[in-house]
Design a protein around this ligand. Structure first.
Ligand code: 3PG
Length: 346
């Protein structure tokens, strides 16, 4: 896709689609990696004389009217504005508050484009979604790719070429349905596929994958979904009735970490457990440390695993921290990303 650097933006009103879908906790931004990652493109537009920069993004997956408070853009907008003090920047409300967004409705795209001269897509994390703000709108205005989108394509692209082996893929997290289909395409390219988190349970019940995967041997089981629940380490097939596996167990953590440490290429997407709660954080921490220690080209993607690696202070020891979760998986699976395809080539 053609770079924003080739656009003439002086005096223009620019619509930017960023991926500001950040983890929230108690109504506050829990990790601002994606907000900071949006900055270079916005800074460039301002420095090159854009008259106005309207930034739009989705936040969460709002379902009902009640979610309008929970997923309002305000805390994200506030953080972005404090990073770029400049009156020309305006942050639009959550694009998913309009149900036409996810339908890739051209009418909603026309509303977003109204009054704008140029469109810049920098939302790598949303590039796998054909939505009004990522796809339809790109056909209504001269469209360009932002710096983050281009950097992501370059770094993740490295995993698509000839990689040094072993290539170890670690997957976890909660967006199970989205990820399984992609893993199916990706897994064949990796030498080992380690699955933890909620995803592992699903694969254990009915494995839809056609290649060998390593699943947890043991888990940290909790009496209820609670930070202070009673816990015990049990074999994966010995979780007491009504209890929940909220982290991989220590034996699994050792096996996974050893495989990761021996890798020359690593892609990690999704935490191994509910790492926000200290008692279920050890598995994710073990994987994160192994990724950081490995003498490998290592890429971490997905909001929650990125948050984990940031919180542990290990981000500097990873080759590339991707802002894309599902998007990075789809790219690696060789799927064309609609948000990228809609931008003309250079
Ligand atoms: C992500 O967090 O992976 C992206 O922002 C896309 O979010 P979505 O899976 O809700 O479309």
């Amino acid at each position: 896709p053609r770079s924003v650097e080739t656009a003439d933006v002086a005096g223009k009103r620019v619509l930017v689609r960023a991926d500001l879908n950040v983890p929230l906790a108690d109504g506050r931004v829990a990790d601002d990696t994606r907000i900071r990652a949006a900055r270079p493109t916005l800074r460039w537009l301002l420095d090159h004389g854009a008259a106005e920069v309207a930034v739009c993004s989705h936040l969460g997956r709002p379902q009902s009217d009640a979610d309008r408070t929970r997923f309002a853009m305000a805390p994200v907008a506030e953080r972005l504005r404090s990073l770029l003090p400049d009156g020309r920047v305006r942050v639009l409300e959550n694009t998913r508050f309009d149900p036409r967004e996810t339908a890739n409705d051209p009418g909603f795209a026309r509303e977003l484009a109204r009054g704008m001269d140029v469109y810049v897509n920098d939302a790598f994390g949303s590039a796998h979604r054909a939505h009004s703000s990522t796809e339809a709108v790109a056909h209504l205005l001269p469209a360009y790719a932002g710096f983050l989108l281009l950097d992501e394509l370059e770094h993740l692209g490295r995993l698509l070429g000839e990689v040094e082996r072993p290539f170890v893929l670690v997957a976890g997290g909660a967006k199970v349905d989205d990820k399984l289909a992609v893993l199916e395409n990706l897994g064949g390219r990796a030498d080992a596929v380690l699955i933890g988190g909620k995803m592992a349970e699903q694969v254990r019940v009915a494995n839809p994958l056609s290649f060998p995967v390593e699943l947890p041997l043991d888990v940290v089981a909790a009496s209820s979904f609670d930070a202070d629940a009673e816990t015990q380490v049990v074999d994966v097939d010995a979780v007491p009735d009504g209890w929940l596996g909220l982290d991989i167990g220590p034996r699994t953590a050792r096996v996974f970490a050893a495989a990761v440490r021996g890798a020359r290429t690593i892609f990690w997407n999704g935490p191994m457990g509910v790492f926000e709660w200290e008692r279920f954080a050890a598995g994710t921490r073990a994987v994160a440390e192994a990724v950081a220690d490995a003498d490998a080209y290592s890429v971490v993607g997905g909001g929650d695993s990125v948050r984990a690696i940031q919180e542990l202070g290990l981000a500097d020891r990873v080759s590339w921290v991707s802002t894309g979760g599902g998007a990075s998986l789809e790219l690696l699976a060789g799927v064309e990303l609609p948000g990228v395809a809609a931008i003309p080539e250079a």
